[in-house]
Design a protein around this ligand. Structure first.
Ligand SMILES: [Zn+2]
Length: 282
């Protein structure tokens, strides 16, 4: 359903002035209109042709064209209630349009874990560290890079190995509910190379309390990937990386029980299931 609304002239002018080249053609990721998934919304009939912006809940979302048709890719939060939502499409110089879409439900499994008490009930020192680190993580994930760096959204697998299907897993640590698992775990021996799944720019890298040695790669347009628990970091912030380029090595740093890669994919500041970006059977 499409509704028309007037866009303020100033906003329209700013959008036009800020418009930058966008990803012209790419293989779209798989769609999943449920919490933790991606809504792929055709922008047909809105006048959007790459300049301007599309927003979901006040956040800009990634837009791209495939076979001459424009789409918005909307990351759907894990805690989003099933129901009706909308994106606002604001083509440069044209009126804004609202496109409604429905989100279904998805049942994720629950896992009960017993971990070292110090990792659940943080010391004052650890808590202070986590509070210092959280804004760095949020900043990397929420960053909007107007340049699109990824030339394809059909991602390389960042490390070969057994992939868990644990994205969205609800976790109870020592009887206390924690945030659901917001990434994919890939089991691999310590030292195994971790590579960029698509081209991007390293925006943050360092040692974090929960995630251990971590690298963030910004692929542009709010698409950011995160690599955790690394034994080695081989890139630095500001560095451009190509698809397949080494970022670091698998490890067991941070809050883990064994060596593996925790890989997260964030779209419009929202963790989505990384499996949607991998071709089936890859
Ligand atoms: Zn994980």
């Amino acid at each position: 359903m499409i509704r028309m609304a007037r866009a303020p002239l100033l906003a329209a002018w700013l959008l036009f002035a800020l418009a930058l080249p966008t990803l012209a053609t790419a293989t779209l990721p798989a769609e999943g209109r449920y919490p933790g998934g991606i809504a792929r919304i055709a922008l047909t009939g809105t006048g959007f042709a790459g300049e301007g912006e599309v927003r979901f809940r006040d956040r800009r979302v990634l837009t791209l064209a495939e076979n001459g048709r424009w789409y918005a890719l909307v990351g759907l939060p894990l805690d989003l209630a099933p129901g009706d939502y909308a994106v606002t499409v604001s083509p440069a110089g044209g009126p804004s349009t609202s496109i409604d879409f429905a989100i279904g439900d998805k049942q994720y499994r629950t896992q009960t874990l017993t971990v070292k008490p110090g990792m659940v009930n943080l010391s004052a020192e650890s808590l202070a560290r986590v509070q210092r680190e959280t804004p760095r993580i949020r900043q990397a994930l929420d960053h909007w890079d107007a340049a699109m760096h990824a030339d394809s959204l059909a991602f390389h697998v960042p490390v070969p190995g057994r992939r868990s299907s644990s994205f969205g897993l609800r976790r109870v640590f020592n009887g206390e509910s924690r945030k659901p698992h917001s990434g994919m775990d890939i089991a691999a021996p310590t030292g195994t190379a971790v590579v960029a799944p698509a081209a991007g720019v390293v925006t943050e890298a360092g040692d974090f309390f929960f995630n251990g040695n971590t690298v963030f790669v910004d692929h542009g347009h709010g698409l950011v990937t995160m690599y955790c628990h690394l034994s080695a970091i081989d890139v630095a912030p500001g560095q451009q990386v190509a698809a397949g380029e080494r970022l670091g090595a698998v490890g067991a740093t941070g809050r883990v029980t064994g060596p593996h890669l925790h890989w997260s994919v964030s779209l419009n500041g929202t963790m989505v299931d990384p499996a949607l970006f991998l071709a089936a059977g890859s």
